[in-house]
Design a protein around this ligand. Sequence first.
Ligand code: ADP
Length: 259
Amino acid sequence: QESKLRQVQKMEAVGQLTGGIAHDFNNMLAVVLGGLELAKRSLDKDPEAAPRHIDNAMEGANRAAALTRQLLAFSREETLKLEPIAAGELITGMSDLLDRTLGDAITVEARDRGREWLTCADRHQLENVILNLAVNARDAMKGRGRLTIVTAGTHLAEHAVGRCPAGQYVTIAVTDTGHGMTPEVMERVFEPFFTTKPIGQGTGLGLSQIFAFVRQAQGEIGLQSRPGKGTTVTLYLPRHIAQPQEIADSPAPLPDVRP
Ligand code: ADP
């Protein structure tokens, strides 16, 4: 049952994606073909204009290449290795990477209030999710501000956040002091290909990938944002309770010695 549900959710995400991809890819091809067509015509009549049309075509092709790179990152999820993870530790382990990625003018603070709770996820995928959120935060702060990542645990009632079933969740809250989002932008951020960034800087796939990731994990995303103040993205990932099998896999306890 569970795996069926998971499959359905995956197909939903894939269906939504392929529709968006076909549409966007077509637009990019139209730019490439249009540019080449104009360049070809201008060769006779206006040779000086040709380079500009070729540049346009190349820009379209570059965008298409960026898109396929993102999609390949998606398809790697077939080789996911799910394992129990202490999210706080994973994020603390990323401090150097985050500091380097965000630059000197952004302070990064990672606080762990939920060390004893585990979640089940693919380590690389979770790292990518955090990195994606951090890069979005950096862009919103225009390189200057404060990024705070707080890991904790919480008990949610049924549908307290989105479609989450009731239960215990590991939460990862990523807060920035950036430009925030208008209600109109907030409505659309999880749509594949929605971006407010200039051409070539945003693919609009970051948050939709993160959405697909948490939904596959049977979790949810919370979003709080105020224009001019900043944004908090909160991931809710189901708590993982170690199974007897995993306990058996850990180092053997001392033998029970009886007289
Ligand atoms: P991309 O970053 O490529 O635009 P995303 O799906 O990651 O794609 O984000 C979609 C849009 O959501 C962004 O273009 C931006 O408008 C908005 N957004 C995402 N994260 C933030 C943030 N931390 N602060 C403000 N706006 C954000």
